[in-house]
Write a protein that binds this ligand. Structure first.
Ligand code: PMP
Length: 352
């Protein structure tokens, strides 16, 4: 690949910045008495600030992923990492980014918050990268980041790894591969490409397979240089103590996570089969994630009718024509959904 000059991509103010130095940065060791951080001295269980560098948690994650802790950024959800990537690399009002819709909406929202223009190169009919269209941007220095999502939300499919490699090789900026749903996919993580591509940032989250959406914990995995930049500009205590402790505990119980993922994948298969047998279902897209994109003959009506029955799914008709996105639930929840759909979609009963 071409020579990669990371500093040339970074906003000058970020390079110049002297990061905030917290009390916990300035003294790291063991001591008997801490009177340095203006904390409340009485032990509530939470009276101390958490480790700003999340050392214990990063050590365990590093081991699992065969990475150095210096290649791991932890944030308040992966949404925080998305925002920080904008703030490291994109000059408001000047730079642009690329995204490939239909995809996760937060890339556009974060771009808007940071006043960054976004050029959209839609996925092909099979929801893969449109390489000839993307190529037009491979010589554009204005485009600092391209966001790829694999498996993609809301379409559910993995992106073709050869296309991702080609983007990594030829796009001059940062290539973000959002792997929020990769634990539900048979293969296809690009984490092992980190050592080959200094412009790669992989996003992961504890919100899906790990079942910790309420804790708010996400990761960016990248070169120590890129992780260093994210760390420079993050709020010092961006991952709270409870989250750090409970995530550590959860990581120890990875058998439980594996069990949940297996069950979700099994249910995904059953749901696909049952949905395909229903009258008003035109298409169920294949899924490498924990949700299904389903095309209905009358999507809006189905969406509203399910809502009226207390079953909430996601209306994606504006992103993909006639499509609703259904998260795979527990066997009980999926059964309820299917029963409601069966009744709704009976050919001779009109939907209200
Ligand atoms: N990326 C994708 C593709 C997602 O679908 C989501 C959540 N829906 C996120 C990132 C955000 O995850 P987190 O909960 O870690 O902020």
């Amino acid at each position: 690949m071409k020579e990669f000059d990371l500093e040339a991509l970074v906003r000058p103010n970020v390079l110049r910045l002297k990061p905030y130095s917290s009390a916990r940065d300035e003294f790291e060791g063991e001591a008997e008495i801490f009177l340095d951080a203006n904390e409340n001295p009485f032990p509530t269980g939470y009276n101390r600030y958490p480790d700003p560098h999340q050392r214990a948690l990063k050590a365990v994650i590093a081991e699992r992923l065969y990475l150095s802790p210096a290649s791991i950024f932890l944030g308040n959800g992966s949404d925080e990492a998305i925002d920080l990537l904008f703030r490291v690399f994109c000059e408001p009002g000047q730079n642009r980014i690329l995204s490939c819709p239909p995809t996760y909406g937060m890339y556009t929202v974060s771009a808007g918050i940071n006043d960054i223009a976004i050029d959209k190169v839609p996925l092909t009919a099979t929801f893969q990268l449109d390489m000839p269209q993307l190529e037009r941007y491979f010589s554009s220095p204005a485009h600092k980041i391209i966001f790829l999502c694999s498996p993609n939300n809301p379409t559910g499919n993995l992106l073709n790894i050869n296309d991702v490699r080609e983007v990594l090789t030829r796009f001059p900026g940062i290539v973000v591969v959002d792997e929020a749903y990769v634990d539900f996919a048979p293969a296809g993580s690009v984490v092992e490409l980190l050592s080959d591509f200094p412009n790669l940032v992989v996003l992961r989250t504890f919100s899906k397979a790990w079942g910790m959406a309420g804790l708010r914990l996400g990761m960016a995995l990248a070169s120590p240089e890129i992780i260093g930049l994210l760390t420079r500009i993050k709020p010092p205590y961006n991952v709270n103590q409870v989250t750090q402790e409970l995530a550590l505990e959860g990581l120890k119980n990875d058998g439980e996570m594996g069990e949940m993922v297996r069950e979700i994948i099994q249910e995904r298969g059953r749901l696909i089969e049952s949905l395909l047998g229903l009258e008003g279902v035109n298409k169920v897209y294949p899924s490498d994630a924990n949700f299904l994109l389903v095309e209905f003959a009358e999507a809006k009506k189905v969406f509203i009718a399910l809502r009226n029955q207390g079953i909430i799914i996601r209306d994606r008709t504006r992103q993909v024509k006639d499509c609703l996105r259904i998260t795979v639930g527990t066997p009980f929840e999926n059964q309820r959904l299917l029963r409601c759909l069966e009744l709704l979609l009976l050919p001779d009963i009109s939907i209200h």
